[in-house]
Ligand binder design. Structure first.
Ligand SMILES: Cc1cc2nc3c(=O)[nH]c(=O)nc-3n(C[C@H](O)[C@H](O)[C@H](O)COP(=O)(O)OP(=O)(O)OC[C@H]3O[C@@H](n4cnc5c(N)ncnc54)[C@H](O)[C@@H]3O)c2cc1C
Length: 386
C-alpha cells in the first residue's frame, strides 16, 4: 500500500499553489462570492496549463492521466474557493468523462479538444422538478423520428445552465417506463426550442451558473445519442467519478477553513495568551485534522482505485458521504475559532461554511448514497417504492 504522491503530482500541486499566490486567488474568491460572477477568464488560463484535459483521452488533446491527479488538483484549487476549482471539476470528472468513455468518435472529436482548450463546456442534466433522488421517474422524453429525435421536457438546478456550450440530457425514450427507458443525448446551447430559466440564487457557491432548462420540440440529430436507452447503468457508473470530485471539493474547502483558523489561533490573544495555547482549541484542531485526513484517505482510495477508469461505487459513495459531513463540521468548528470575526464577511469562514453545505445535496444526496452503501453491505437492493 503506497500513500505517497508521485513526483509529477507533487510538482503539479506546487505549481497550483504558486499560481494561487501569483493570481491572488484568495482575493478572487471574495470577488466571485460578492459579485456572483463566474470567473470565465480562468477557463482559457486553465486550458493553456493543461488542467482541463487531465483525465481526457490524449487522442483528443487531453493528458490521459489518472483520476487521482485530477482529484488532487480540484482539492488544491478548492482551498481558495470551489468556484476557482469548478472548471477543473467540470471537465475532468463531469459529463465530459461520459463522452470520453461512452461517446462516439464523432462526439469525442466535436467536444473534447474544445473542452481541453477551455472553449467548450458540458453540463449534466438529470434533475427535474418531480425527479431528483427518484431519477428513474424522470419525464423528459425523446420520440424517434426518421432522421432525428424530438426532445420535450424540463430540467432544474443545472450547473452551468445558460453558460455551457453543450448539455448531456438524461431522457426517457419513447415513454418506456423505469430505468430501462433512460438514455442520454447531447444538446447544443443554441438548438431551436431550447431555452433557459432565471439563474438560481443559492445559500453558497455564489457565482456558479445554475438554472432550469426547457425543451420544446427540440430536434436532436441522431448522431447526438450518447447513451442508448437501457444503458442507464453506464450513466450512473460514470457519475461515480463525479462523486469523487464532489468529495475533493469538500476536502479543499475544509483545508482552506482549517488553515484560516490555524493562522488566527496563533495570532489572536485571549487572557494574554494566543488561542492555540488553550487545550480546548488544541482539541478542536486535532479533531478537525483527524476528520480531514480520514475523508482524504477514503476519497483518495476511491480515486486511486479508479485509475484511468471508474471507481468502485461503494468506495466513491463512502468517500463522498464522509467528506460531505466532514466539511460541514470542519467549517463550523473553524468559524467558531474565529469568534465574532468568523461570522463576519470580513473573514472567509462564513463563505466557506455556506459553500460547504451544497455538496451533500449535489451529486446525489447523502441519504441516497447511504442507501446505496447499505444495499452493498446487505447484498440486496432496497426498492424505495415498496
Ligand atoms: C449546488 C447544486 C448543484 C446541482 N447541480 C446539478 C446538476 O448539474 N445537474 C443535475 O441534474 N442536478 C443538479 N443538482 C440537483 C441535485 O442533484 C438534486 O437536488 C438532488 O439529487 C436531490 O434531489 P431533489 O432536490 O429533488 O430532492 P428530493 O429527491 O426531493 O429529496 C429531498 C430530501 O429527501 C431525501 N430523500 C429522498 N428520497 C429518500 C429516500 N428514499 N430515503 C431517504 N431520504 C430520501 C433526500 O436525501 C433529500 O434530503 C444540483 C443541486 C445543487 C444543490
Amino acid at each position: 500500500m503506497e500513500f505517497g504522491l508521485s513526483r509529477e503530482q507533487t510538482m503539479l500541486l506546487d505549481s497550483l499553489r504558486d499560481m494561487g499566490k501569483r493570481e491572488r486567488f484568495k482575493e478572487l474568491a471574495v470577488k466571485i462570492d460578492t459579485t456572483g460572477e463566474f470567473p470565465h477568464s480562468l477557463m482559457e488560463k486553465y486550458g493553456r496549463m493543461g488542467l482541463l484535459g487531465m483525465t481526457l483521452s490524449s487522442d483528443y488533446g487531453g493528458e490521459g492521466l489518472d483520476s487521482l491527479t485530477a482529484i488532487l488538483a480540484i482539492e488544491e484549487l478548492a482551498k481558495f474557493s470551489p468556484m476557482i476549482a469548478a472548471p477543473v471539476f467540470e471537465s475532468n470528472v463531469g459529463p465530459v468523462r461520459v463522452i470520453n468513455l461512452f461517446g462516439t468518435d464523432h462526439q469525442k472529436e466535436a467536444i473534447i479538444p474544445g473542452v481541453c482548450k477551455g472553449e467548450l463546456s458540458v453540463s449534466v442534466c438529470m434533475t427535474e422538478a418531480e425527479a431528483g433522488s427518484d431519477l428513474t421517474s424522470l419525464a423528459t422524453n425523446v420520440e424517434e423520428k426518421k432522421d432525428h429525435y424530438l426532445l420535450n421536457g424540463n430540467k432544474v438546478f443545472i450547473t452551468g445552465g445558460g453558460v455551457a456550450s453543450h448539455y448531456l440530457v438524461y431522457t426517457r425514450f419513447e415513454g418506456i417506463k423505469g430505468y430501462k427507458g433512460i438514455g442520454a443525448v447531447l444538446v447544443e446551447k443554441d438548438a431551436p426550442g431550447f431555452t433557459f430559466g432565471k439563474q438560481e440564487r443559492f445559500l453558497g457557491l455564489r457565482g456558479m451558473p445554475s438554472c432550469a432548462l426547457y425543451f420544446d420540440n427540440v430536434k436532436i440529430p441522431k448522431e447526438n445519442l450518447v447513451i442508448q436507452p437501457g444503458d442507464f447503468g453506464n450513466l450512473m457508473l460514470a457519475f461515480d467519478i463525479e462523486r469523487c470530485g464532489n468529495a475533493a471539493m469538500c476536502l479543499g474547502i475544509a483545508v482552506g477553513a482549517f488553515e484560516e483558523a490555524k493562522k488566527y489561533a496563533m495570532e489572536r490573544n485571549a487572557f494574554d495568551r494566543p488561542l492555540c495555547e488553550f487545550q480546548n482549541i488544541q482539541f478542536s484542531f486535532a479533531d478537525m485534522a483527524m476528520k480531514i485526513d480520514a475523508a482524504r484517505l477514503l476519497v483518495y482510495r476511491a480515486a486511486a482505485g479508479a485509475g484511468k477508469g471508474l471507481p468502485s461505487i461503494y468506495e466513491a459513495s463512502m468517500g463522498k458521504c464522509y467528506a460531505n459531513e466532514m466539511v460541514k463540521e470542519v467549517t463550523d468548528t473553524a468559524l467558531q475559532i474565529l469568534g465574532g470575526y468568523g461570522y463576519s464577511t470580513e473573514y472567509p469562514l462564513e463563505r466557506m461554511l455556506r459553500d460547504a453545505r451544497a455538496w451533500q445535496v449535489a451529486g446525489g444526496s447523502l441519504q441516497m448514497l447511504k442507501i446505496t452503501m447499505a444495499s452493498m453491505i446487505f447484498g440486496r437492493r432496497f426498492d424505495q417504492r415498496k
